[in-house]
Design a protein around this ligand. Structure first.
Ligand code: ZN
Length: 315
């Protein structure tokens, strides 16, 4: 521990909110992606959240990814956090909490509202008993599944989160963070990969949900979203923005280019840096956007720890 600063995710999020900026959340499924995310945040001196869904955790190992992020945090002494993204079972959430994850997205959004509330509240109590500082995020509304390239986008306008249900959900579950459906969706359409089409957000709804709940808010499925909308979403009350598919696309393109340019190379550490660099360019661009303070930040009481982080990491 050598006198390192112990960063708490809640402090970082509240501090970022008071400055009118967002915290980037990037999913990783291997060390290459994690290196790219970590290096980008250190280069810009901004805090960052690394996410691993149940599938990504199964591939990397729950304990292994926790050890890697802990190692980066201690060696470089910077605010990098680990989130257990889209966790559908209590056992899987408990495993992540015990491994040292900073937050858990407990996603029962596919269940009926009452059952979602009851089981999320139970999970929250169990997870806080393992680690009182852990942040639990709950989800309502439909934002689709699968951070990949989709053929078409179904009409989800009827399953957007309303301010009334958001308020009831937050009050009855006690979640630390809420993930609403506000025009966002997981994955990207091919036209979004090419840049022809961008996702648009329901900014008025974000503001209404924020005013009704005063809760920390996460925007899932941020890949392919209009840049201006993302900035306005932060001003309206979004605190964390998830980017996954854009990184996966960059990873594949970087890898394909490296293989094409070096048809006979078999040394991984000579091929993989190209993919890492490709991912890094996306993370850097997104982090620069999220960390550009807007004119009218929401105000919350600043915390002493947060102030220190603010000075060092521009939050
Ligand atoms: Zn998500």
């Amino acid at each position: 521990m050598n006198g390192e600063i112990m960063y708490q995710l809640r402090d970082v999020l509240e501090q970022a909110q008071s400055k009118g900026i967002g915290v980037g959340h990037f999913n990783v499924s291997d060390w290459l992606l994690l290196k790219a995310v970590s290096a980008s945040a250190q280069e810009l001196k901004v805090p960052v959240i690394v996410g691993a869904s149940e599938g990504e955790r199964e591939f990397m190992g729950v304990g292994q990814i926790a050890a890697l992020v802990k190692s980066l945090r201690e060696e470089h002494d910077f605010p990098i956090f680990l989130n257990a993204d889209h966790t559908h079972s209590l056992n899987s959430a408990i495993a992540a909490a015990k491994a040292g994850f900073d937050s858990i997205v407990f996603d029962l959004s596919a269940l009926p509202f009452e059952e979602n509330i009851r089981r999320t509240k139970q999970a929250l109590e169990t997870l806080k008993s393992i680690n009182p500082a852990i942040l639990v995020e709950g989800e309502i509304g439909d934002i689709g599944t699968g951070s990949e390239i989709h053929e078409s986008a179904p009409d989800r306008s009827k399953s957007l989160t309303t301010p009334e249900e958001a308020k009831e959900y937050v009050e009855r579950t006690g979640v630390d963070i809420l993930a609403p459906a506000v025009g966002n969706m997981h994955g990207m359409l091919q036209a979004m990969v090419q840049g022809d089409v961008r996702k648009r957000l329901d900014l008025a709804r974000i503001r209404e949900i924020k005013d009704a709940t005063e809760c920390l808010l996460t925007l899932h499925g941020g890949s392919g979203t209009d840049n201006g909308d993302l900035q306005k979403a932060i001003t309206a009350g979004i605190n964390i923005i998830h980017i996954n598919t854009e990184l996966r696309v960059a990873w594949r393109h970087g890898l394909e280019d490296a293989l094409a340019q070096n048809p006979h190379e078999v040394v991984p550490y000579k091929l993989l840096p190209a993919a890492e660099e490709s991912v890094k360019q996306v993370v850097l661009e997104r982090l620069r956007l999220f960390n550009q303070a807007q004119r009218q930040p929401r105000t919350t009481p600043a915390q002493a720890d947060g102030e220190k982080i603010a000075q060092e990491y521009r939050v």
